[in-house]
Ligand binder design. Structure first.
Ligand SMILES: *Cc1c(COP(=O)(O)O)cnc(C)c1O
Length: 429
């Protein structure tokens, strides 16, 4: 029933349809475990013969309801919640890539994901090649190896706000027999649904716009159900050959289009245990109900701020995908026709010293490592998150040393602009 509805209606209602006398809002099932009447009933659950709840580490009704809402928003067949965005990207990769496998990933992705792939997965025996997503297509294609299992990128990269050419990347992935995984955190399904452009799996840090209020850390993985694992069975034996830890069932044979999420739930969540708490899932569900209203405002306000900065003589450069003339603007018009996100990058003339004076002068805009919630906040990666890197290393990571990341919240944009303007003037004094 959810499929033909517009995105705003799905934000409010998808995944939860209470019956007579049931609670209007999604109930919080704050329970670790669930009760059964016979030993046989419980046994069938452990064999994945019956579906049902038995332990919240594997599944919980509140989490499943909210996951179903996210699946509907992305147009996927199934979704699961995780304790964080990091856990979502970790599971999304290791669900199909084991020791000996190889990943091709855009190099401009979120620093946490860059470390996850480049440091921690490497320690687990998974090789990673980072590519420049704007380099000629042959360079990306050349990064693939026989043991490559997936291609990874972000719809809008954090912190560089670069837009991924999803359609091109999906084609490259599929030509190499692997899925494209897209982290859609910054765009949200309100502004871009990567499955419509050929992506196979989408991940989220729900900590950002989906929650939207800076309340709960969380993540999600959504499967389009479109990737044909069986057609590349030799590459993905975890999905296409019997799982001895479940009495030899084969995920693709038993679960069809639900194979990927079922495996991630019943194997990875069982063993690695990064479940989102039902209380946090409830907050996420609340956040989703206003997602369409909020992200529209975030993008409108960010464009106003970007235009103000662009016209300010003390500003060295501004980068915001929706800004006419921006290097990402053509791609943004294609993939993000209704607006991109609330995050922009810019620098003041005069380098780090002026940047730091400016940030110290801010009153309404706060200095935070967070982004993408209702509060406007700013961060200077070279002085904060990436301060261990040299200017050269920063440039290699796609971050200009003078780049400040500004995340526009839901305050009145006039007040945000006033605070920025006053602080720029103070920094120049
Ligand atoms: C924040 C973020 C993550 C990590 O999410 P957490 O919820 O902080 O673990 C992953 N990807 C992107 C694009 C992010 O912005």
């Amino acid at each position: 029933m959810d499929e033909k509805l517009h995105i705003g209606t799905l934000c409010v209602q998808a995944g939860y349809h209470p019956g007579k006398g049931e609670s209007r809002q999604i109930p919080i099932i704050q329970s670790t475990t669930f009760k059964y009447d016979t030993s046989g009933q419980m046994g069938r659950l452990f064999d994945l013969e019956d579906s049902g709840y038995f332990y919240t580490r594997l599944q919980n009704p509140t989490n499943d309801t909210v996951a179903a809402r996210i699946a509907a928003l992305e147009g996927g067949v199934a979704a699961m919640l995780t304790s964080s965005g990091q856990a979502a990207n970790f599971f999304a990769c290791v669900n199909i890539c084991e020791a000996g496998g190889h990943i091709v990933a855009a190099g401009n992705i979120y620093g946490g994901t860059f470390n996850l792939l480049g440091t921690s997965l490497r320690k687990l025996g998974i090789e990673v090649t980072f590519i420049d997503q704007n380099a000629p297509e042959e360079e990306t294609r050349a990064a693939f190896r026989p043991e490559t299992k997936l291609l990874f990128g972000e719809t809008i990269s954090n912190p560089g706000v670069e837009v991924l050419d999803i359609e091109k990347f999906a084609k490259i992935a599929h030509d190499n027999g692997v899925p494209l995984i897209v982290d859609n955190t910054f765009a949200t399904p309100v502004h871009c649904r990567p499955f419509e452009w050929g992506a196979d799996i989408v991940t989220h840090s729900t900590t950002k716009y989906m929650d939207g209020h800076g309340v709960a850390v969380g993540g999600a993985i959504v499967d389009s159900g479109n990737f044909d694992w069986e057609a590349h069975a030799d590459k993905f034996p975890g999905l296409t050959t019997p799982d001895p830890s479940y009495h030899g069932l084969t995920y693709t044979k038993k679960f069809g289009k639900l194979a990927y999420i079922t495996k991630a739930t019943s194997q990875l969540m069982r063993d690695f245990g990064s479940i989102q708490s039902p209380q946090n899932a409830f907050y996420l569900g609340l956040g989703l109900q206003t997602l369409h209203v909020r992200v529209e405002r975030h993008a409108q306000s960010a464009l106003k701020v970007a235009e103000f900065l662009n016209n300010h003589p003390a500003v060295a450069w501004v980068h915001y995908p929706d800004l006419p003339g921006d290097k990402e603007n053509e791609r943004a018009k294609k993939y993000l026709p209704d607006g991109s996100c609330g995050v922009l990058a810019f620098a003041l003339k005069g380098g780090r010293e002026v940047d730091n004076k400016f940030m110290d002068a801010l009153r309404l805009v706060t200095i935070e490592t967070h982004v993408a919630d209702c509060y406007t906040c700013i961060l200077h990666p070279a002085s904060h998150t990436h301060r261990q890197l040299t200017d050269e290393q920063l440039r290699e990571a796609g971050i200009a040393p003078d780049l400040m990341r500004l995340s526009i919240g839901l305050e009145d944009p006039r007040d945000i602009i006033t605070d920025l303007d006053r602080s720029i003037n103070e920094a120049l004094r």
